[in-house]
Design a protein around this ligand. Structure first.
Ligand code: BGC
Length: 690
């Protein structure tokens, strides 16, 4: 690796040799996932690839790669090490196929379960989101592959995604939607960032000096470069793209370095003309190119391949990691009379039914940009058959089976007639999730609900296993079913992971990264058309900072399952909490609390100790409780551990609009410690003293 300092020298030397025309070329993409080259200076194409669930087939010359579980699954595992390992593995796969940048992680906030891309992201809470994205980015970049957190910012719906403006107040923008980006920039130093399609307060993000230059670059000291989302600079909806009408100098001055996948805004002729008319200077362009070149240096573009990490893909190690991630992210939602885990030695026959039983999800562009096609995919049915081989017969007949497993949920199918982004033929069943479309229904399809109720009428030992990436309502069937398991989109090894959890080889330890509402009207984003999906190309974030559990707590709404919820096959006792020091002086200080926890059940298992803060007295309105810390711990039966948990001053702070900065006010905070956002076992007071 080139030593720090000499990196800058190399950049300056390259910059001084580039002609203006070449600089213009470096500002735009060339052929979907690549950029222009300047061979005489050793500047090669900067090949990007879609993430964040693995290396996509559409951006790797049709190659098949490890398909990891979805972002929601990773967040549901509440395990920072897994996030690092996943990033590292994806970085290695990118390296192995000669790509230099992974377009991920996706860190938009789950404002509504209807967002078609919810499954790619890390849920509704900015703290949990950043705790996943920071290690993920570090993992990717450990392989000297650039990570690209996306989509900056407030890209929380697919409906009219190219044209809608998010109308959001300053505090909400910072506290909810910018926060994970800020923390990821400050803690993990991602080398690139992707700006979003949507506008924020009527301004395109890629043209926003405030969002790019002032906040991202000056305030957070982002040292990498900004690229647009694909075709974001062309106008109109996806079926009606035409060149942008904006002059290029706005984006140039805002700090947009790379327009992908080709030049609309930065089309060469437009740049030349604007330059002739003195709309920008060469120095303005140099500032953008400098950032690009620095990243090219960091990924090793000018080094001998031998000095770079080698990379590997489709290894057993990566496949095992995919399985482990899936196992840890599975959430047990209901388990009446401990019907689960199933005892493999006592069962003769299981019926396996449902639309997702044998469905493969890792297919070309299936679900949009996040699609990964793996060399193989273990469906739920396949995993079950493998587990039960020679022991339990698998049938499709509920009446004479000991148990029935119903594999339900959502998928990424498009409605048959999506005429354009805005026009959908009447009568099409919506409910599926994917890029370019939002869900229209929180419930499962009528046919699934019918199948569930008919089946449980025949066999009361009917268990529902959900395969989907965002919350679903369960009225009209859940009360009739003894057990429900949420498995998200579990990746290429998902079938094995699901079978391991069903039969108790793995004890579920996942916790919900998003509240499951009883009905969509309970969700803060769904108060009116204005708040979702918007009117006259504006969507108003009227709920402010009260997103997810913060809203349900404030309004006293009982959710179906709260944020952070998840059952286990064992039980944990939270005994006491001790502080090494219960005083915190400054926003950049950290204190440690120690929680004593014992596994009081009869099986080994994992628990996520969750810490939520309550600001006892504040000068501004604050949520009742906010997630400020967690730790996942694995315990054998009767084992006790004292688990240290870090609480950072900055996570107790709020965004103060008048000083335009984060503020930690003096006074007491109560830390509520428990196993979900609504199930607390211990309390501890800490005090901010200066
Ligand atoms: C998506 C991005 C993706 C890009 C490249 C866009 O449609 O919004 O997430 O990285 O395409 O495939």
């Amino acid at each position: 690796m080139i030593a720090n300092g000499s990196e800058e020298n190399l950049v300056e030397s390259l910059l001084s040799k580039l002609k203006l025309k070449e600089k213009f070329q470096l500002l735009t993409g060339y052929f979907f996932f690549q950029t222009h080259t300047v061979p005489r200076l050793g500047i090669r194409t900067f090949k990007t690839t879609d993430g964040p669930l693995g290396i996509s087939q559409h951006s790797s010359f049709l190659r098949k790669n490890t398909y990891f579980p979805a972002g929601m699954n990773l967040a549901a595992a509440w395990n920072r090490e897994l996030a690092y390992e996943c990033g590292e593995a994806i970085g290695k796969e990118a390296r192995a196929i000669g790509r230099l940048c992974v377009l991920g992680p996706g860190i938009n906030i789950g404002r509504t379960p209807f967002n078609g891309r919810t499954y790619e992201y890390y849920g509704e809470d900015p703290y949990l989101t950043k705790e996943m994205s920071i290690p993920f980015v570090k993992g990717v970049q450990s392989q000297r592959i650039a990570a690209c957190p996306k989509h900056y910012v407030a890209n929380n719906q697919e409906t009219k995604r190219y044209t809608v403006s998010v109308e959001v107040d300053e505090r909400t923008l910072h506290e909810i939607y910018l926060r994970a980006f800020k923390e990821t920039v400050e803690e993990a130093d991602p080398w690139t960032i992707m700006s979003s399609y949507n506008l924020v307060n009527s301004e395109y993000v890629h043209e926003s000096s405030k969002l790019l230059k002032e906040i991202l670059m000056e305030k957070w000291r982002f040292s990498g470069f900004v690229m647009t989302d694909w075709w974001a600079t062309a106008e109109g909806d996806s079926n009606n793209k035409e060149p942008s009408h904006s002059p290029p100098e706005i984006a140039i001055k805002a700090g947009l370095s790379l327009e992908m996948p080709k030049g609309h805004l930065y089309e060469q002729k437009r740049l030349e003309e604007a330059n002739r008319n003195k709309k920008f200077t060469e120095k303005d362009i140099d500032n953008l190119i400098r950032r690009i070149l620095l990243v090219y240096v960091k990924v090793g573009m000018f080094e001998n391949n031998k000095s770079l990490p080698k990379g590997e893909r489709n290894t057993k190690k990566h496949q095992n990691l995919a399985r482990k991630m899936s196992e840890e992210g599975i959430v047990l939602l209901k388990n009446q009379n401990n019907i689960l885990p199933l005892d493999i030695d006592k069962i003769k026959q299981i019926a396996c039914l449902g639309p997702n039983a044998n469905k493969k999800f890792g297919k070309f562009l299936y679900g949009g940009a996040a699609a990964v096609s793996p060399p193989y995919e273990i469906t739920a049915l396949k995993g079950l058959k493998e587990k039960c081989k020679g022991k339990i017969q698998i049938t499709e007949n509920p009446s004479d089976s000991d148990y029935v497993l119903l594999f339900m949920g959502l998928n990424h199918d498009s409605p048959k007639k999506l005429i354009s982004d805005e026009t959908i033929e009447e009568g099409i069943e919506f409910g599926n999730e994917s890029e370019k479309m939002d869900r229209r229904e929180l419930r499962l399809s009528e046919s699934q609900i019918k199948l569930i109720n008919e089946t449980v009428g025949i066999n009361p030992n009917t268990i529902v296993v959900l395969i989907n990436g965002s919350p679903v309502a369960m009225d009209g069937w859940m009360e009739n079913i003894p057990a429900v398991l949420e498995t998200w989109y579990p990746g290429m090894e998902g079938g094995r992971a699901i079978a391991n959890v069903l039969f108790g080889d793995v004890n579920p330890s996942g916790k919900l990264p998003m509240t499951f509402p009883k009905k969509i009207e309970d969700c803060p984003a769904h108060k009116s058309e204005r708040t979702f999906p918007g009117v006259d190309l504006k969507v108003y974030y009227e709920e402010g900072i009260y997103v997810g559990y913060k809203h349900y707590d404030k309004e006293n709404i009982e959710p179906l399952f709260p944020f952070g919820f998840g059952l286990s096959y064992t039980m944990f006792k939270f005994e006491e909490v001790k502080n090494t020091d219960n005083k915190i002086k400054a926003i950049d200080e950290t204190i440690e609390i120690n929680v004593k926890i014992t596994n009081v059940g009869s099986r080994a298992g994992g628990e996520v100790i969750q810490v939520y803060s309550e600001d006892v007295k504040s000068s501004v309105d604050r949520p009742k409780r906010e997630l400020v810390g967690f730790e996942k711990v694995f315990l054998e039966p009767n084992e006790t551990k004292i688990v240290p948990i870090e609480i950072k001053g900055k996570d107790l702070a709020f965004y103060d609009v008048s000083s335009r900065d984060w503020k930690l006010e003096k006074g007491d905070f109560i830390l509520h410690i428990g196993s979900s956002s609504r199930d607390f076992h211990l309390k501890e007071k800490i005090t901010v003293i200066s």
